[in-house]
Design a protein around this ligand. Structure first.
Ligand SMILES: [Zn+2]
Length: 157
């Protein structure tokens, strides 16, 4: 993936399932409400919060052609990446990686600050991000990888 390191690191950790989702915390023996903060109906696993959660389904609709939400079997988030690499262009996977990271950060601010964020807000922000990202890519023309990396870094903040 041609994405800045923080995005690569995030996707790597998500695929290894080492981020502190509620499911992972529970497996470490911590007693908590395991339900997803967004939909409050299913256990918050890595794959759930970054792919399956019904509250974020609309994100993929907002992405237009980029990511068509599709069914991914199994419990592992790594499966999602395998399917995406199989069905989507490299560029689309890169955009998804950014969005996934953003969703995780949103989720963390809900946990840390007790801030309530309506799922639509996450969708709205993500959709805006994609549009800005596309605009930036359009403006810079094609094939300028260094420039793309720079723009991606700006959006990754
Ligand atoms: Zn959920």
């Amino acid at each position: 993936m041609k994405v800045p390191n923080p995005v690569k690191v995030f996707i790597g950790r998500a695929c290894q399932n080492i981020l502190l989702t509620k499911d992972n915390l529970q497996k470490k023996g911590i007693s908590l409400d395991p339900l997803c903060l967004f939909c409050k109906t299913e256990v918050e696993t890595m794959k759930h919060i970054l792919w399956d959660c019904p509250s974020i389904v609309d994100v993929w609709g907002a992405c237009g052609r980029i990511i068509q939400k599709s069914y991914v079997a199994g419990y592992s988030f790594a499966n999602v990446m395998v399917v995406l690499f199989d069905r989507c262009s490299g560029e689309d996977v890169e955009v998804y990686a950014e969005i996934a990271r953003r969703i995780w950060f949103k989720r963390n601010s809900v946990v840390r600050e007790g801030e309530f964020i309506h799922p639509n807000e996450v969708i709205r922000i993500s959709a805006r991000f994609i549009n800005d990202y596309r605009e930036a890519l359009k403006k810079m023309g094609e094939g300028d990888f260094m420039e793309m990396t720079r723009v991606t870094q700006v959006f990754a903040r």
